[in-house]
Design a protein around this ligand. Structure first.
Ligand code: ZN
Length: 403
């Protein structure tokens, strides 16, 4: 039995005025999804958990069959994992954004989407000036970097993502709680070091925003998740263009397949992703194809792009999978990791629609007899309040007791 997950990041939505009151799934032309869903089983699942941010890390963790309340330790540890950064014992990883603060207000969480070169230069000077046995900085991409603090107290700090406070005074959002005082001190110190640095002087001359402060958030201890193979008895692969997903794959021992031209947008190499999935399924029994374009379109509030992304996934990925797996026994799970409604332009935690197709039941009349949409899934009546329990239903087995 071959198992393939078609993960459309953030595809779930709400009726949208720009689509005549339809959701993108309702508005899209999806003959392949329609046919497979009609023969399959529809339902809804909740991928988030109370008290946890509704991020793609939490959502995809749930879909992979892991309870995020047990395994989610923060955003930064996953990014460390994705970048191949090893965390030492006792270290707490933080996201370290280079941000632009003006007159005490969070002006830009990305410091003008600065280049990786500028970002790494600035992180280097922070490491040189502020790093030591209790703190090290790790350069990442553009404005997104990491800082590792020694000491479990830092895990309990109350931090705020900088993109949540654009245009607001930073004072009340500075870290509080465990280690908060030290974090605030280093953020304060960073302003003096960064302000006069030549990279920022050059940016100012060129009319670009400076990275004039480091901002800590998203912290957690090193990720410790049981391997997917030990838990479910299946070897598998993940196909993705997104670092967080690569991290999740590494944390669970799933092979990451890199597809040239996979961009996370509607110009992505969908055909290459489908081909890579079929190639992997020739050797393994589980493949997770993660597609980001639907989420990006939701964040942009771009209805046409979201509909187009769904249609491309239907036309290129789903059609190729069905054709490539013909003659074999296979099951497919189609689901998002969370909703990214066009009107909200951010992740929301409502229940999302899924369907499971099983090639052995094709045409036996027992299927959903409906298209794959938010409303039809709700009407179907089947619901997983604990989204991580859906994987057992999809794989038709229970997770191993000790994994
Ligand atoms: Zn997502």
């Amino acid at each position: 039995m071959k198992h393939v997950v078609v993960l459309m990041d953030g595809v779930a939505d709400r009726p949208f005025a720009g689509l005549d009151g339809k959701t993108p799934l309702e508005a899209a032309r999806t003959p392949n999804l329609d046919r497979l869903c009609a023969a399959g089983a529809l339902g809804t699942l909740r991928t988030g958990a109370p008290g946890l941010p509704m991020g793609s890390d939490v959502g995809n963790m749930s879909v992979l069959g892991y309870d995020p309340r047990q395994y989610y330790s923060g955003r930064a540890p996953f990014e460390a994992l994705a970048q191949g950064v090893k965390m030492d014992k006792g270290e707490i990883a933080f996201r370290a954004n280079l941000v632009h603060v003006a007159d005490g207000v969070m002006d830009d969480y990305s410091a003008g989407h600065m280049s990786t070169e500028d970002g790494r230069d600035l992180i280097k000077v922070l490491e040189k000036s502020l790093g030591g046995p209790k703190l090290r900085f790790v350069g990442g991409v553009q404005y997104r970097h990491l800082a590792m603090f020694k000491g479990s107290a830092f895990e309990g700090a109350k931090c705020t993502p900088p993109h949540d406070i654009t245009g607001k005074p930073i004072e009340e959002y500075l870290p509080k709680g465990g280690g908060g005082k030290e974090l605030r001190q280093i953020m304060e110190d960073s302003r003096l070091i960064l302000e006069g640095h030549e990279v920022n002087r050059e940016r100012r001359r060129a009319g670009k925003k400076t990275g004039n402060m480091v901002w800590f958030w998203g912290q957690g201890k090193a990720v410790a998740m049981p391997a997917f193979a030990a838990r479910w008895g299946l070897k598998g692969s993940v196909i993705t263009a997104v670092d967080l997903m690569r991290g999740l794959a590494k944390a669970t021992g799933l092979e990451v397949i890199e597809v040239p031209g996979a961009t996370g947008w509607i110009d992505s190499n969908f055909k290459g992703k489908a081909e890579a999935a079929l190639k992997a399924l020739a050797k393994k029994d589980f493949v997770y194809i993660h597609m980001e374009a639907t989420d990006e379109a939701g964040h942009k509030g771009d209805a046409a792009a979201k509909v187009r992304a769904i249609e491309l996934i239907d036309e290129v990925v789903v059609a190729a999978l069905e054709q490539g797996l013909r003659g074999q026994d296979w099951r497919m799970l189609v689901t998002p990791d969370h909703a990214t409604p066009l009107e909200a332009r951010t992740h929301t935690d409502e229940a999302v629609p899924y369907f499971i197709y099983d090639s052995r039941q094709n045409g036996d009349g027992a299927g959903a007899k409906a298209r794959y949409t938010e409303a039809t899934a709700r009407a179907a009546g089947k619901h997983f309040e604990n989204g991580w329990e859906l994987m057992a239903e999809f794989l038709q087995r229970q997770p191993a007791a000790k994994a």
